[in-house]
Design a protein around this ligand. Sequence first.
Ligand SMILES: Cc1ncc(COP(=O)(O)O)c(C=O)c1O
Length: 440
Amino acid sequence: MKMELKKRNIPGPKSAELLKISEKYEPPCMADQVPVVWDHGEGVWVTDVDGNRYIDFTSGVLVTNLGHSHPHHVEAIQNQAGRLMNCYSFPTPERIKISQRVIDLLPPNLDKIFLLTTGAEGTEAALRIARRYTGKHEILSFYGGFHGRTYGPIGVAGSVGTRYKFGPSVPGGIMAPYANCFRCFYDKVYPDCDFYCIKQLDRIIDSSSSGDVGTVITEPYQGGAGFIFPPDGWLKALEKWAKKRGLLFIVDEVQSSFGRTGKMFMIEWEDIQPNMLCLGKGFGSGMPASGLVGETKIFDCMNRGEMSSTTGGNPMASAASWAVIDVLEDEKLPQNALKIGEYLFKRFKELQKTHPLLGDVRGKGLVMGLEIVEDQDLNKPAPELTRKIIFKCGENGMLLGRVGLHGNVIRIAPPLLITEEEAEIGVAIMDKVLQEVENE
Ligand SMILES: Cc1ncc(COP(=O)(O)O)c(C=O)c1O
């Protein structure tokens, strides 16, 4: 499926008409997107209501790992929809079987899964259970961290936008600097720093805890903060530190799971064995599905009936998740994510040499951040230019997202079945747009 680098006016007339209605009936606090109303998708391609085609470098927000409307996924959902959609907490073969299949993919200590609907529902449940199990209410988390928008997760969120003017959140959150080597909090340089940020954790806890810290929660890379990838070995060092200190270790893989970084789960890269693991997004590849995985001894602290979710583990979502794993395995999508990810990373690094606005390129597999700066030397974030670049890429047929503590990171996260040829279309559009913006 080829496409020429043809410019289009966005929004087209049908999109514009619908966006006017949206403005009237939908709150403006929803995500800031290029003004395009999606109509349908196929693979890595999306068509808007005006008939314009775009290459999708967002996967929604790292959700549609299989690409849009993968036939096997669609068939599984259609078949299930005609049989049974919901039965609340009554067991179904679909729920039981997908639970076993996910557990079989994970380290042996993670032997139970509680199926839920959204990522925040999973992290919320993890925090709740951690407090019950440890009997301690304080939780260590990281600057820049994002774990969802409900009150438990915002109590451990390290991003200003998540908690701004919402008043006090759930007490007990203690924050520490993340391993952000591009803007190191301690002005250290990796690897000479020898994980100074891990070494400081005891000091941070000792100086801010009431003596009741029981848990640490982290993302394996920080998505919302602007795709901050810690150096190799950091997550392992954190796990070791947490276990030595007797803390429950929770890894939030809502974003990174199901093939995104080139392995089914990102914890596999460093052989991490968290006590609880949060899954989401790609688990349903478009169907709302999430999961909290943990150890039997931990889940046993909850009494029967103390955890429930009206649509969690419903047969539709379970059947969809089953098909997701089928496709990831059969089509070797994690491997493709690694291969095309390496190619894209190399190509964006090449663009960096000729585009001073491109301050940093970082990523793993098919998730990358392009940091846009005013001046490559000063590394001064340029959020407005970032917005402009994303808009212009939209005009040229490529859909992107914007993230980051400073709003200056372009999210590169196409569906995992993208080919090298399709990846190159994205690179060509980005090259052209950066050139245009730099010449203005
Ligand atoms: C790491 C992480 N945790 C939790 C969430 C929340 O997921 P949801 O939006 O499905 O509630 C997100 C969403 O972006 C995320 O990236």
